[in-house]
Design a binder for this molecule. Structure first.
Ligand code: ADP
Ligand code: ZN
Ligand code: ZN
Length: 710
């Protein structure tokens, strides 16, 4: 607890001391609560502006007594203004923020500020008032049945959907809906949300999706379903793609209860939802639910905590659940609900493993695969080609002197981008024109090594240049990756081209593999997935399996289309290790077998979910400086760590050790009890802050609790 005092700050008679959560990097170590004076006590959750130094910051009045009575001579600065028109943030939101801060080792002020729309910092009281007016429901206005998107025809639930919905209705959860791709999980979410909201006219629902590019499609579906029932403004979205104005409007709608359904990416888990009754986490296994900057929270885990805290039902859904959730079901902590069949007699794709060891060397797309692609295009079907690497080739190489396109700032290669003739580092974004001659020896023939999405697209264009679709048009090869989707609306336009059938073959990274309900894809091919089998990250196989199942799940989703075409959906995998157990499980679509195997390995090796981890990272000019800080931290904590059963591993460099001329080191902490690890981290944190002042060369350090990438 710190006080923000100044000798002449007390204007007027201050009657009360208030604690305010603000985000100020300088004060992170003291918990982010500052004391101010105000003419009257303010209820906890009230939004205020307070002075700090020469600035004014947005803050939230926090329900905490000062640790010590203030000495009489300390004069507090006064709260600058109260965001009067806004109802205070509910106590449940404050608890969520407090928990998030504590669990992920951040300050309350930082988490609170992060959870609020940025525009709240800038708007005047009058501007806020006006926006609030708009967010408020028109008194008793009946929902306008003609406004907004067309209403959706309600489908009859399948037997599996029916059973799952009944279970969710009658039990308390949390639930894991383990449903095949295309089994109709979304319909279950819609149904459950509708039930909960119909039962209680105030109730709100939160629906979390992993990818921002999945929100428009889903949003439309929710709007079609619910606008006719509760008005066009009942459904709002919250994600980083919104403008600041949209973001605050949607946030206000949620905070005031006007919005009944909030659909968003991970950030939405921290929205103010005073009447939250049900939470859905779709594709709960997806790594993007973990925030990898600042407060490194897991939106899925917070959703579970929040649901339990406020008594809201939590429904996780996936075709390839995280091993954490799967394990939780086995322990009886979550309730598993299965939906093994696809809707409407649609079939899951047949998996084919294409042994690349039997193909000519340096083959990118094997001849049988190319043939299969041609056949599908000629029949008017679509193909998805998955390659998780953008650019043309990951490295440029000189066969004469061995020069490679290393990034001067990172321990990584610069990637060859053919479309604009540049070498580009995917870690620090440094880029340069492709050299005409080898910088090492002058050799004019530099060779691209390996392949990326641009190269696959080029090869497909070449191979399909004479192939016609049934309508007589030439085949069209599209590409979606981070390079083609930087502009606003670009991604949506490209997805639209796929949905409309303008594109026949889509080459893409993982961003197109998930969630999309493409209706005419019959073949999905993974070009080069093997590298994940040999990764040092123990979660890599889990992620690969999920990605391939998801990608395969884009094929054959429309039973009518498949029947009309007399076609069968297929997932092709080019691999050098067709016997690998991961692929063998995939052949059978046997996620449970894969999970069993992985969990067994993890248990034997004492890895999550059987143990709990935290990672401490430090960045410095040299690796030695970074590691020295970590080692000192370990030494300080060692005795207590042993006492509570936390094991501290030695510091090591990160897999990509240097990025933008910064050396990065990390140190892993492990414990078989979540609570003990938490206890240790709480006690240790102040020492780390202290230690940092003695290690000035350390540019930055952070703690990552339950890290998802090692
Ligand atoms: P998932 O999310 O499980 O992959 P979706 O919810 O996208 O699957 O459903 C797959 C397709 O089946 C969608 O086009 C959806 O509209 C359709 N669908 C879902 N439930 C039903 C149902 N009960 N009757 C008819 N079609 C359905
Ligand atoms: Zn050379
Ligand atoms: Zn770089």
């Amino acid at each position: 607890m710190t006080t923000e005092s100044s000798p002449n700050a007390m204007d007027g008679a201050a009657a009360a001391v208030v604690q305010v959560a603000v985000h100020t990097p300088l004060h992170t170590r003291v918990g982010g609560l500052l004391s101010y004076s105000h003419t009257a006590p303010l209820p906890a959750g009230t939004l205020v502006r307070v002075p700090l130094g020469a600035r004014q910051l947005l803050g939230v009045v926090w329900d905490a007594a000062p640790a010590l009575p203030l000495p009489a001579q300390v004069q507090l600065r006064a709260v600058a203004s109260v965001l009067q028109p806004l109802p205070p943030l509910p106590a449940s939101w404050q608890r969520l923020v407090a928990f998030t801060a504590r669990y992920y080792q951040r300050s309350v002020g930082e988490v609170a500020t992060m959870a609020l729309p940025p525009l709240l910092r800038k708007l005047s009281t009058e501007q806020l008032q006006r926006r609030l007016q708009r967010a408020r429901p028109a008194p008793k206005a009946p929902p306008d049945r003609h406004a907004g998107p067309e209403s959706e025809k309600i489908v009859a639930l399948t037997a599996e959907q029916q059973t799952v919905c009944e279970q969710i209705e009658s039990q308390s959860g949390p639930f894991l809906v383990y449903g095949a791709t295309g089994s109709g999980k979304t319909e279950v979410y819609l149904h459950v949300v509708q039930q909960a909201l119909a039962r209680d006219p105030q109730a709100q629902a939160l629906v979390l999706v992993p990818e921002i590019n999945l929100t428009p499609q889903l949003l439309e579906r929710f709007q079609r379903r619910f606008a006719p029932l509760w008005g066009a403004q009942a459904v709002v979205s919250l994600h980083s793609g919104l403008t600041e104005a949209q973001r605050i409007n949607h946030w206000l709608a949620a905070h005031t209860g006007q919005a009944r359904i909030v659909l968003g990416t991970r950030m939405a888990v921290l929205a103010s939802l005073p009447y939250l009754a049900v939470i859905v986490v779709d594709e709960e296994h997806d790594p993007s639910f973990k925030q990898e900057e600042g407060a490194r929270y897991s939106a899925r885990d917070l959703a579970l905590w929040r649901g339990r805290d406020v008594g809201a039902k939590v429904i996780l859904g996936s075709a390839t659940p995280s091993l954490e959730s799967w394990h939780a079901c086995e322990q009886g902590r979550y309730q598993r609900l299965d939906m093994p069949s696809r809707v409407g007699a649609a079939q899951l794709p047949t998996v084919r493993l294409l042994h690349m060891g039997q193909q000519p060397k340096h083959t990118v797309l094997a001849a049988p695969l190319l043939q299969a692609i041609v056949t599908r295009v000629q029949r008017g079907e679509q193909v998805l080609v998955l390659l998780n690497r953008r650019g043309y080739a990951p490295v440029l190489f000189c066969g004469d002197c061995g020069w490679k396109s290393d990034c001067p700032h990172c321990s990584a290669h610069q990637v060859f981008h053919q479309t604009d003739g540049r070498l580009r580092c995917h870690h620090c974004s440094a880029s340069q024109r492709v050299p005409r001659h080898c910088p090492g020896c002058g050799n004019p023939d530099l060779l691209p090594l390996g392949h990326g999405t641009q190269q696959v697209q080029a090869q497909l264009e070449q191979a399909l240049r004479n192939v016609l679709r049934p309508d007589g048009q030439p085949a069209c090869i599209g590409r979606i990756d981070a390079d083609t989707t930087q502009g606003a609306g670009q991604l949506q336009a490209q997805l639209e081209a796929m949905h409309s059938g303008a594109v026949d073959v889509l080459v893409g990274t993982q961003m197109v593999a998930k969630g999309h309900d493409f209706r005419r894809i019959t073949l999905v091919a993974a070009v080069q997935p093997d590298s994940a089998l040999y990764s040092s990250d123990f979660r890599a196989p889990e992620r690969l399996f999920a990605l391939l199942m998801q990608a395969g799940g884009r094929a054959g989703r429309d039973a009518h289309f498949m029947a009309r075409q007399d076609s069968r959906p297929e997932l092709w995998i080019q691999t050098l290790a067709p016997q690998h157990s991961l692929y063998q499980c995939l052949l059978q679509h046997d996620y449970p077998a894969f999970a069993r195997q992985q969990l067994q390995e993890r248990q034997q090796a004492a890895m999550p979910p059987f143990v709990f981890q935290a990672l401490v990272r430090a960045d410095a000019k040299t690796q030695e400086q970074a590691q020295r800080f970590l080692q000192a931290a370990a030494d300080l904590g060692q005795t207590y760590a042993q006492a509570v059963g936390v094991f501290i591993y030695p510091p090591i460099p990160l897999a990509v050790q240097r990025v933008a001329n910064v050396e990065r080191a990390q140190m892993l902490l492990e414990c078989s009890h979540r609570g003990a690890l938490q206890k240790f981290l709480q006690a240790w944190q102040p020492y780390l802050h202290q230690l940092r002042t003695q290690h000035r060369q350390v540019q930055r350090w952070l703690v990552d609790v339950d890290p998802q990438t090692l």
